[in-house]
Design a protein around this ligand. Sequence first.
Ligand code: NAD
Length: 294
Amino acid sequence: MALRIDGKKTSEQIKGEIAAQVEEIKQNGGKIPHLAAILVGSDGASQTYVGAKVKACEQVGFQSTLVLLKESISEEDLLSEIQKVNENPDIDGLIVQLPLPKHISVEKVTAKILPEKDVDGFTPANVGRMALNWPTYISATPFGILELLKRYEIETSGKHCVVIGRSHIVGSPMSILMARNANPGNCTVTITHSRTKNLGEVARTADILIVALGKPEFVTAEMVKPGAVVIDVGIHRVEDPSKKSGFRLIGDVKFEEVEPIASAITPVPGGVGPMTIAALLYNTLQAAGRRVYP
Ligand code: NAD
């Protein structure tokens, strides 16, 4: 039976480490890390995500500022709100919650964020730095996966890593990070996507299989080499009348089938998901300490 990689426990550990560092900063009279979050509109899911991020800031002793803007805000006005945060010396990190309303360009908004404050790691400058293996803010989901591999001491060097999915937020950065000359890293990487032929056969050659295609329980046991490490990034809600909430969460991997043959696996929920907020807090602490851009 596979080792279960516990993202919930690991994210709590990281938050504890960050809280201890904030305490030390306070005692030394240093500047408390300060994160600003911009939320446009009143989408329920986005409100929940931003709310969780603000709450996590409080938990570790950070300062936070939530900027709530109307759905109807013009692109120009949103860009000037970002500029204000860019110029505010008290704010160390800025995130703009996605998705944005259709009349606003995500590219323009992302490019407007000062790379020094881009704790989501989405700006072209920080993605470029990641590809160059320079100090940067690694975006939340890839950061969470790397941290789990590191803390569970999973050997990656010389292994064959297959990534399923090539999105800008998960698959593509993951493939770059796993191939870097770093630890975790030093893998031989194959990136696959919707046009890949014989995906099952390719997946079965993986020592480390990272699954981020957004299709419920897509990866079955016959797509996994016995002894592989399986990282499941997918999150899907399925109806479940036996639950109080009426639903349960499943991933992109058929967990019951794959767990018995894998050597290690991330469950859904409780795997990659909980790590994302820890990543944001970590990056904000780095920003406040000027560790990425001295
Ligand atoms: P996306 O839809 O942006 O990208 C999916 C990728 O999968 C695309 O590159 C596409 O080419 C590829 N793909 C689609 N069908 C395929 C197929 N049949 N075979 C091979 N490749 C295929 O998705 P995303 O934003 O990368 O998210 C993927 C999943 O991860 C979703 O379920 C999402 O909810 C979840 N997610 C979880 C977290 C987390 O914190 N755990 C974070 C981000 C995304």
